[in-house]
Design a protein around this ligand. Structure first.
Ligand SMILES: NC(=O)c1ccc[n+]([C@@H]2O[C@H](COP(=O)([O-])OP(=O)(O)OC[C@H]3O[C@@H](n4cnc5c(N)ncnc54)[C@H](OP(=O)(O)O)[C@@H]3O)[C@@H](O)[C@H]2O)c1
Length: 409
């Protein structure tokens, strides 16, 4: 264990008050330091849609909100210190466990945040804390969806594996979401062809991340158009929005079952796919095809009524499952014990993502740095809930305060 000498006894943080609502408090204890975690003195925090959904049974009184943060490492747990991957003073971004009643000090919206080592990314020199604070959750989410739930081989992120393969199509539904722009990048690094949906004003944005084809999801023929442009052979869909309407489009886009396997040339003989989800967990991608439903993965629990094709296997994910710890949220998000396979997957894939991130190969979503620190962030929760944030990620400086003058303005 290594700890900077100048840590205060208390800090400012956004926590849930007794009414289970967001409240800024100045006398919050610092998070405990576990052997597998670090403590980050945050410079900036990033606001995500999930932070705005923490209401009712998701909230534990006294627990800290927030997932994304960036700052400087000020304490290293014993295991992290021994691994030497991170050091005191490192500039990092972290994906914390926001609003978790079992570990109430684990959220990111605080001056000091505790983050599991696997979820800590060292910032490349060229990246500011403001930009870094918009990165971690979208990286972890896109990776979990693509390489665990969809079952794409994460080996494709390695240069030498990519050269062995031929390309195939993947649909990223909702390409202008912050998760979508990261998924597009990861898929392009893997050498795959990306079809995406977004509003026409964001076509240029998603092309900038590498999308090969953009389709307006407002079009009544969006799903059939994608099916046509992929020759009725689309096998993989990641739905970054996930509701009845978006699933309908993904289901229309996915090809007919029985498509010939087009992925075998990616594989080394000994390769086994990184997937723990039935029914594809026992078959290698080399044999995947004829009788196997196509995976369609969402970022929210999907409505059963929208699962209308037997040829499609719907799934959804929660990034926090990768921590391998109990989660206090209500079903189907919460879990009393670790969900099998997720933590092992995280341990396997995160080092590849750390490397890509440190080499500055993963770009940020457009960042909007807002003013007034935590007070400003509470306004941001409202903007996000009203759907006023599109194609941007809001970040806030932890040390900034709303002055009386700007509050009155
Ligand atoms: N399960 C998990 O672990 C996990 C992790 C992260 C996020 N999530 C969830 O995933 C969702 C996306 O989060 P995010 O932060 O990536 O999103 P975001 O950046 O806040 O997404 C904003 C964008 O969503 C797009 N959008 C809205 N409705 C759409 C629709 N019907 N079809 C296509 N695009 C639509 C808009 O694109 P246009 O401007 O082009 O219209 C908008 O620009 C949220 O519900 C979030 O809570 C889940």
């Amino acid at each position: 264990m290594a700890v900077s000498m100048d840590l205060p006894a208390t800090q400012r943080a956004i926590v849930a008050n007794d009414e289970l609502d967001y409240s800024i408090q100045d006398d919050i204890s610092l998070p405990p330091l576990s052997p597998d975690s670090v403590i980050i003195r945050t410079s900036h925090v990033g606001l995500n849609p999930v932070d705005t959904k923490m209401v009712g049974p998701f909230v534990g009184a006294g627990a800290t909100y927030g997932v994304d943060c960036a700052g400087e490492v000020v304490a290293l747990g014993a295991d992290i210190a021994a691994s030497r991957r991170l050091e005191l003073g490192d500039r990092v971004a972290g994906c914390a466990d926001g609003m978790e009643a079992i570990r109430p000090r684990s959220g990111a919206f605080a001056e000091y945040s505790s983050v599991h080592g696997d979820m800590v990314f060292k910032l490349p020199e060229c990246m500011s804390f403001a930009v870094g604070a918009g990165m971690p959750l979208r990286i972890a989410t896109a990776a979990l969806a693509l390489f665990h739930s969809l079952g794409l081989p994460s080996e494709l992120l390695d240069e030498q594996q990519k050269k062995r393969g031929e390309s195939f199509d993947v649909l990223v539904y909702g390409g202008a979401t912050s998760t979508g722009t990261m998924a597009i990048q990861l898929l392009k690094i893997c050498g795959l062809r990306v079809i995406t949906t977004c509003s026409p004003k964001n076509f240029e944005l998603v092309r900038g991340y590498g999308a090969d084809e953009c389709v307006d999801y407002h079009s009544p023929t969006c799903g059939p158009d994608i099916r046509a442009m992929t020759g009725n052979k689309l096998d993989y869909a990641l739905d970054c929005v996930t509701n009845e309407g978006t699933m309908k489009i993904c289901y229309q886009a996915l090809g007919r079952c029985g498509g010939k396997c087009r992925t075998s040339s990616f594989l080394l003989d000994e390769f086994q796919p990184v997937s723990f989800n039935a029914p594809i967990s026992n078959c290698s991608l080399a044999t995947y095809g004829t009788d196997t439903p196509h995976p369609d993965v969402g970022l929210e629990p999907y409505p059963d009524t929208a699962a209308t094709r037997q040829a499609v296997r719907p799934d959804w994910i929660l990034v926090t499952w990768m921590r391998g710890l109990p989660i206090s949220w209500p079903a189907p998000f919460g879990t009393e014990t670790a969900k099998p396979g997720y933590q092992a997957f995280g341990r396997e894939v995160m080092p590849k993502l750390h490397r890509l991130f440190e080499e500055a190969k993963l770009s940020s979503h457009p960042i909007r740095e807002e003013k007034d620190g935590f007070e400003g962030l509470l306004d941001g929760v409202d903007f996000l809930r009203k759907g006023k944030v599109r194609g941007e990620k809001l970040v806030y400086r932890t040390q900034e305060r709303r002055s009386v003058v700007s509050a009155a303005a």
